[in-house]
Design a protein around this ligand. Structure first.
Ligand SMILES: *Cc1c(COP(=O)(O)O)cnc(C)c1O
Length: 247
């Protein structure tokens, strides 16, 4: 019996990356934008270190992680490479020291207490921690993100913290949002971003769009897409911190 030929994982990844780039390009073209203005964050939660190495070899250098315990060994394993680390999960106050020390970015700041802790714990010898304020553009009870109305005050407070550098805004839409709702939600964040820049804050990052809604996000002005499954394939079923195999 012939066995099924195994395609090496890096070839699979390279194929997915090509398809993803084509999709981003088509979305950019359709809205008159340049792909140069759209960064790709490889969301590597649930993915083992060899997958991240394969991504690095393909030129991807920015990785997004949701769980501190899962991320720390990966960050250690890839020390000395070009990898940059973005924390995109919910910030638990008992984990802020690790985040402030090991990460380059945090996308998910939705209250001042968290910003203040990260600022206090960010070592002064390293560059400021890049941060985005996460906004709940479509209200869902219990979900992360500050309200659209409280975002301005939070951003202003962050600009006063010297160890943090405010870069922009982030949102995540409810799972399964319709295309109309996607445009509405992303459009709302874009409006807030433009209004904030108009009043003089030097934001350069609009972190919105994931595998299922990146097309709408690009159309609405996203400058940073956070892509997991469209790049790495479906996540291993138990992509939870404790159960994640770190290879
Ligand atoms: C998991 C995750 C992503 C990536 O999701 P995909 O649908 O796999 O692309 C992006 N942003 C956040 C905040 C996430 O938790």
């Amino acid at each position: 019996m012939l066995s099924t030929p195994q395609i090496p994982p890096d070839i699979v990844l390279s194929g997915r990356l090509q398809a993803l780039r084509a999709r981003i390009e088509a979305a950019a073209l359709a809205s008159g934008r340049s792909t140069r203005d759209i960064r790709l964050l490889a969301v590597s939660k649930g993915q083992p270190v060899p997958q991240l190495r394969a991504a690095l070899a393909l030129g991807l250098t920015e990785f997004g992680e949701n769980y501190v315990n899962e991320a720390l060994p990966k960050i250690k394993a890839l020390a000395g490479t070009a990898a940059q680390w973005h924390f995109i999960g919910r910030v638990q106050t008992n984990k802020t020291r690790h985040i402030a020390t090991a990460f380059d970015w945090v996308h998910s700041i939705d209250r001042l207490a968290v910003a203040q802790r990260l600022a206090d714990q960010r070592p002064v010898q390293i560059p400021p921690l890049n941060v985005c304020v996460q906004v709940g553009v479509i209200h869902e009870p219990g979900k992360a993100g500050c309200s659209v109305h409280s975002a301005a005050a939070l951003m202003d407070a962050i600009t006063a913290l010297p160890t943090l550098r405010l870069r922009g805004l982030m949102c995540m839409l409810p799972f399964g949002a319709s295309e109309v709702a996607q445009h509405e939600g992303f459009g709302r964040l874009r409006k807030l971003y433009d209004a904030t820049r108009d009043r003089g804050l030097a934001l350069d990052t609009l972190s919105m769009g994931m595998s299922d809604d990146l097309d709408s996000a690009v159309a609405e002005g996203s400058t940073l897409l956070r892509i997991g499954s469209a790049l790495f394939g479906p996540r291993p079923a138990a992509a939870k911190p404790a159960a994640t195999p770190v290879q």
